[in-house]
Design a protein around this ligand. Structure first.
Ligand code: GLU
Length: 511
């Protein structure tokens, strides 16, 4: 049987990259096995609904190149795929559980529950609505049947709670964690349905997974504690449960705790695929896309957070991942987010991007800075500095001096590289370059080298100060590549301007 899997986010805000990884693993598993992956939006908790979140989720997967086969925005024969649109169908399932003795009505008001909690606290106990306490509460187990009917008919608010049986060992057979056994006595009677007509996550999730014929539930470890209830729900309905696979947590880089929504911007990396602006507070959280990451790099990096192919292969395209992925090789231990690794992947994939494509985007950045440069020059610059880039956004930082004359000169470099005699030597270099016809990288290089040899100088005496006048700092790619791209006139002007500015600077300092 071909697997059917689902990614089932709640539209409560931007999608955390942990969620993206969950979707990715579902996708890899489905594609490898010729199966189907669907996108279901779990929006039953209207109090947590955030406008724009659903659109964000869809856009994020479009950017990443993860395609759903069915679901919200696509359609399919198991729709609707938005739980709020399925609202009417859940009640019958809650009724069925009550009729068969697997669930009960509870009428406890929020105040009564709060009081009960306080009473327990006073006795240094924590309150849980379960098989030990349900007999003390206001529900269809403690009230007369006629009273229950009366309350419901009168429109009194109620919830439907699952009724765990005593002393039952519940087995969750997890594809990653193996057999997890839990005794029913410690579980609480979770709310499944509310009289406002909305199911809770637990009921809606199980009903939909069943109706949508889901074969494998692959989701984050935070849902493992809910899995025993889910197993019991399948039993109560008499349905065959899907296979479960609970994925390890994504941890902070130091391994101390779960990677939270707040961590990213605090530690200097995005936790969301795309930038997100909170509709209420207006607060902006950074995204991988806007930070200059390539989708291929994000996919590759995420795939390895909690899984590896069993050897040390690290670079894998989406197609290769589909070939190599296996649920069995997912680790049980949490996976530490590694910023350096993320950057390394991005650097790697960036090298494969066409120079012309990078140049086109960079031209737009330059235009914003009112810099008009021709594509030929931009493409040459891009080709030259590409190996130094971690992000496309680094392009300006790595190459600004090709488009703007230095406005200042690095203090350290002046101290170290600017000696007596430097101005005269650089003037001599400027003269030599003027006479260099045709002017190109080789001829400029040869002439400068001849000058160095003839005057019995060493390379350092010329090259470093020369670079300083062209770049403004002791950085950048091969000096003669820079010379070639700038052209002879610009080089000579920069040498002359640099000499004046640096000499003045030194004079002012000495006064
Ligand atoms: N709606 C749940 C979430 O937001 C889905 C959990 C599950 O996959 O069962 O994570």
């Amino acid at each position: 049987m071909k697997p059917r899997v689902r990614f089932a986010p709640s539209p409560t805000g931007p999608l955390h990259i942990g969620g993206v990884r969950t979707a990715l693993y579902n996708y890899l598993f489905a594609k490898q096995n010729g199966g189907t992956m669907l996108l279901r939006i779990e929006d039953t908790d209207q109090t947590r609904f955030v406008p724009g979140a659903e659109e964000y989720i869809i856009e994020a997967f479009q950017w990443l190149g993860i395609k759903f086969d069915e679901g919200v925005g696509i359609g399919g024969e198991f729709g609707p795929y938005r739980q709020s649109e399925r609202k009417a169908m859940y009640k019958q399932y809650a009724d069925q559980l009550i009729a068969n003795g697997y669930a009960y009505y509870a009428f406890d008001t929020p105040e009564a529950l709060e009081q009960k909690r306080k009473d327990c606290e006073a006795e240094k106990k924590t309150f849980q609505y379960d098989l030990h306490t349900r007999g003390e509460m206001t529900n269809s187990l403690t009230l007369e049947a006629s009273e229950v009917e009366r309350r419901i008919a009168a429109g009194e608010p109620y919830v439907v709670r699952f009724m765990h049986q005593p002393d039952t060992e519940i087995l969750v057979d997890d594809l990653i964690r193996g057999e997890v056994r839990i005794n029913s006595n410690i579980l609480d009677d979770k709310v499944l349905y509310k009289s406002d007509g909305m199911p809770t996550y637990h009921l809606a999730n199980i009903v939909d997974d069943h109706l949508m014929q889901i074969t494998h539930v692959i989701r984050g470890e935070e849902w493992l504690p809910s899995a025993p209830l889910h197993v019991m729900l399948y039993k109560a309905f008499g349905w065959e449960a899907p296979r479960f696979a609970h994925l390890p947590l994504l941890l902070k880089p130091d391994g101390n705790g779960k990677l939270s929504k707040r961590d990213g911007d605090r530690l200097g990396f995005p936790v969301f695929p795309l930038q997100w602006k909170d509709p209420k507070s207006g607060e902006i959280s950074s995204g991988y896309r806007e930070s200059g990451y390539l989708p291929e790099a994000v996919i590759n990096m995420l795939a390895l957070l909690g899984w590896n192919p069993g050897n040390d292969q690290e670079v894998m395209s989406l197609d290769e991942l589909i070939q190599l992925f296996s649920l069995e090789k997912i680790s049980k231990a949490g996976a530490k987010f590694d910023l350096e690794k993320a950057k390394w992947f991005n650097h790697h994939y960036l090298q494969a991007v066409d120079d012309a494509e990078l140049a086109k985007n960079f031209q737009a950045t330059l235009k914003q800075k009112n810099i008009d440069a021709c594509m030929e020059k931009i493409t040459r610059v891009v080709a030259l500095v590409k190996e130094r880039l971690y992000f496309t956004n680094d392009l300006w930082e790595q190459s600004s001096f090709f488009f703007e004359r230095p406005s200042s000169y690095d203090e350290q470099a002046i101290k170290k590289r600017w000696k007596e005699g430097t101005p005269e030597r650089l003037q001599a270099i400027a003269e030599i370059l003027k006479g260099c016809v045709p002017f190109d990288k080789e001829s400029a290089h040869n002439q400068v080298m001849d000058y160095i040899h003839q005057n019995e100088l060493n390379m350092g005496q010329i090259m470093n100060s020369f670079r300083l006048t062209l770049v403004g700092a002791a950085k950048g790619p091969d000096l003669f590549e820079i010379v070639d791209i700038l052209g002879v006139e610009e080089v000579i002007e920069r040498i002359n301007a640099g000499i004046i500015a640096i000499e003045n600077h030194i004079k002012n300092q000495n006064n």
